[in-house]
Design a protein around this ligand. Structure first.
Ligand code: TXD
Length: 318
């Protein structure tokens, strides 16, 4: 019996998620959007590609929350993306209202799903989603760190001319300009990035520019596209999380997870390495961080906390 993934939001990321999930035959897909025609049109178009790509996953489009019932996984991209010149935090007020609606729809129709939130500003929106829905924190997680880590690995692989498959890394903290690429936990062909700098295989200056480009990776694409934001890499990242849950792969993935004392943080969603398996977020891994990383992580947590305080001013019910 194929699993069921419901996608709340059939926009740029939602449509790409649907296509990737169908191509991998990871699950049957329900593509939900308030813009009913968008969801139905994209679902029909992807379904018609099955004659070429040969997948048997079913895919339907809808604007009726009842169609998401008994989903194994729900991936949320409902919201508005940035326009050039906007930062992720500028989306807070409008996307808070949307996520409240989405939380009600999920709570009523599919409360036992593993929920992956992608909508920005990610760390606060996923936290609001959990508070509005009051569903278990282990079953609600945010996608950002996998994308940020992939961008960081890509820039390193281009600079060092090394296959990206020989690079492992973890970007921690909030999904914003304060994100923390952990250099000690970036391993290139068996050696830490810290060692690469010591061996002068990459200059500190070049590394700093790669870290800065990673932090601004979203804005770079927003500027190039002029309308909309990144969607291929975000969608691929969301599928990675859904697959780890559905196949119980227990992968260690950097995700925005609810911290309850880990990293000396309590009651906040922040990007940390987690193990995702059939029970959702099964474990939060506490990495050894050096002083610089601890300092940067604290700054990132503070930024998330300040934005959540702003969210609470917008909606005191949070
Ligand atoms: O790493 C990350 N987490 C970020 C997240 C990476 C890239 C983009 N990030 C954010 O994802 C972005 O800032 C947005 O907040 C979301 C979705 O981005 P996308 O590019 O997919 O936006 P679109 O194409 O505008 O799609 C959003 C869809 C659109 O079709 C709307 O009709 C729909 O959301 N929408 C709704 N669906 C359901 N319910 C409600 N209320 C609703 N309102 C709008």
């Amino acid at each position: 019996m194929r699993k069921k993934i419901s996608l709340i939001g059939a926009g740029q990321i939602g449509g790409t998620l649907a296509h990737l999930i169908a191509l991998k035959e990871l699950a049957d897909v329900v593509l939900f959007d308030v813009a009913e025609g968008l969801a139905k049109g994209k679902a029909l178009d992807i379904a018609q590609s099955s004659g070429v790509s040969g997948f048997n996953s079913s895919i339907i489009g809808t604007n009726n929350y009842e169609d998401i019932k008994n989903s194994d996984v729900i991936i949320i991209t409902a919201g508005v993306p940035r326009k050039p010149g906007m930062n992720r935090d500028d989306l807070l007020e409008i996307n808070l209202k949307i996520i409240k609606q989405v939380a009600e729809g999920i709570k009523k129709n599919s409360p036992n799903s593993f929920i992956i939130c992608i909508t920005n500003p990610l760390d606060v929106i996923v936290m609001a989603l959990q508070k509005y829905s009051n569903l278990p924190t282990s079953m609600i997680v945010g996608m950002a760190g996998i994308l940020d880590t992939s961008r960081f690995k890509y820039f390193l692989s281009q600079e060092l001319k090394i296959s990206i498959n020989k690079i492992n890394s973890l970007v921690l903290g909030g999904h914003g300009d304060t994100m923390v690429p952990s250099l000690n936990h970036t391993i290139i062909d068996g050696k830490s990035l810290t060692q690469y700098v010591k061996d002068k295989k990459i200059s500190q200056e070049k590394l700093d520019s790669i870290i800065d480009r990673t932090r601004k990776g979203g804005a770079e694409i927003v500027k190039l596209l002029e309308k909309g934001s990144a969607f291929y890499a975000p969608a691929a990242s969301g599928v990675d999380m859904a697959e780890s849950y559905i196949k119980d792969l227990k992968k260690t993935l950097p995700c925005a997870a609810h911290l309850n004392g880990e990293y000396n943080v309590k009651g906040l969603y922040v990007g940390v390495p987690v193990v995702i398996g059939k029970n959702g977020v099964e474990k939060i891994l506490e990495l050894e961080l050096n002083d610089q990383e601890i300092d940067n992580f604290k700054k990132s947590v503070k930024a998330v906390d300040e934005l959540f305080n702003l969210a609470k001013k917008i909606d005191p019910k949070l």
